[in-house]
Design a protein around this ligand. Structure first.
Ligand code: ZN
Ligand code: ZN
Length: 419
């Protein structure tokens, strides 16, 4: 089958391309031909045709917590948000610590609404005592090794893990946090936590975790990807680490750009996440980091939870918020519209750069590449209505938010995913 995406604004950062043009999809790949009669013709005038968005930070909750999300709902949510591929984090139940689990996820993902790339756990049970069999995990299809939600405490252990990752050419995908400093805090330590009478988490828990991890990347030569950067200090640490020559990339998430800890006012448990929502000065530093290239990637940290879990006292509700179906709209509204990033730069951080970090295909519209394509309307205003989400979960602070820019069509391997 051939699909012609007609007269869209084709933006392909990998090839420095930004022009009004047609794009032809032939079977499962992008074609170099133009002007042929296609089986399906989609009028894309006024819309942006981009390489499929890739979210390298998703909690798919498989195996073990399918009541929050499963492969079908998670990939449907991804496609509905313009994502053609997602990387799923290893803190499942049990964790993704054996090759069999990686294979099981990939089997479930076969024919799903988005590609799924498993990140495997650094340690058995994510207990950080025994390293996993990373070579077997890689052979089974894992694209990275990580410790999300259970940061490695022992620096010697992490050094060994990073040495293996370097040997296997796998990125280490790190949740940077010193849990001793976090203690039993539940939100950003500051004025708002004091007013609410909630136990704070010092920003230095993240900063010290980031500083240690980038130094170990420098020491070992392991490619380190820092998840969910939320503080101004972490941005500066990574900026300096890159100057130092450390092989580091990092991401931030839409919620850290668009929101502050004031979203917790009213004991809003959907605003409880790890790391915590910070302050205006932090959001501004994140925007600077995006603009100057310190922050390579925008990811969501899509963390689904059931209503009965979030509908509790703030102190005992779980950490995390969903993001797949709001990410593009929030970035277009809060980053592109004010001119912090151009459309091409935003697409780079949401597609081309994450493909590079994970070492996977996609992130480009080059002829011959898999036809993973996102078409979106950059100007459509819409109101976030979680009841329309494809995710099984509804835990978002963006409910009711007015956004500009919406996915129009998601194509995975030449298949039009029904939005
Ligand atoms: Zn995390
Ligand atoms: Zn996470």
């Amino acid at each position: 089958m051939t699909i012609l995406l007609k007269s869209g604004r084709v933006i392909d950062p990998a090839n420095g391309r930004d022009e009004i043009a047609d794009l032809l999809i032939d079977g499962s790949t992008i074609s170099s031909s133009i002007g042929v009669d296609a089986d399906v013709v989609v009028d894309c005038s006024g819309k942006v045709v981009a390489p499929g968005l890739i979210d390298l930070h998703v909690h798919l909750r498989v195996p073990g917590q399918e009541y929050k999300e499963d492969v079908a709902s998670g990939t449907a949510a991804a496609a509905n948000g313009g994502f053609t591929a997602i990387a799923c984090q290893p803190n499942t139940s049990p964790p993704i610590d054996h090759a069999g689990t990686v294979r099981q996820i990939l089997e479930l993902a076969h024919g799903a609404s988005a590609r799924v790339y498993p990140i495997a756990a650094v340690s058995i049970g994510l207990e950080n005592k025994q390293l996993t069999e990373m070579a077997e995990l890689k052979d089974a299809g894992a694209v990275g090794i990580g410790d999300d939600a259970f940061p490695v405490y022992d620096s010697g252990f992490l050094r060994r893990a990073m040495e293996y990752c370097r040997m296997l050419d796998l990125p280490f995908i790190a949740h940077c946090e010193d849990k001793d400093l976090t203690g039993d805090g539940v939100m950003n330590e500051g004025y708002v936590s004091a007013v609410l009478g909630l136990k704070g988490i010092t920003r230095w828990a993240e900063n010290i975790g980031t500083a240690r991890n980038v130094m170990l990347a420098l020491a070992t030569g392991c490619r380190l990807h820092v998840l969910h950067v939320s503080t101004k200090e972490s941005v500066e640490i990574i900026r300096q680490a890159k100057r130092f020559g450390a092989p580091v990339t990092c991401e931030t998430c839409p919620q850290y750009i668009a929101l502050t800890d004031e979203a917790c006012i009213g004991y809003e448990t959907n605003a409880k996440m790890s790391p915590s929502l910070r302050t205006k000065a932090d959001s501004e530093a994140l925007l600077e980091g995006l603009a100057d290239g310190t922050i390579d990637v925008i990811a969501t940290d899509h963390a689904p939870h059931a209503p009965h879990e979030k509908d509790r006292e703030f102190a005992i509700a779980p950490f995390g918020m969903i993001g797949l179906e709001t990410s593009l709209g929030v970035i277009l509204t809060h980053v592109v519209k004010p001119g912090v990033l151009t459309l091409a730069q935003a697409i780079d951080k949401m597609s081309t750069a994450p493909a590079k970090v994970l070492g996977v295909t996609g992130g480009t519209l080059s002829a011959g590449q898999p036809a993973d394509v996102t078409v979106f309307d950059p100007e459509t205003p819409w109101t976030v209505d979680p009841s329309k989400f494809k995710s099984k979960s509804r835990n978002t602070v963006f409910a009711g938010a007015e956004l500009t820019g919406k996915p129009f069509l998601t194509i995975v391997g030449g298949r039009i995913i029904d939005l």
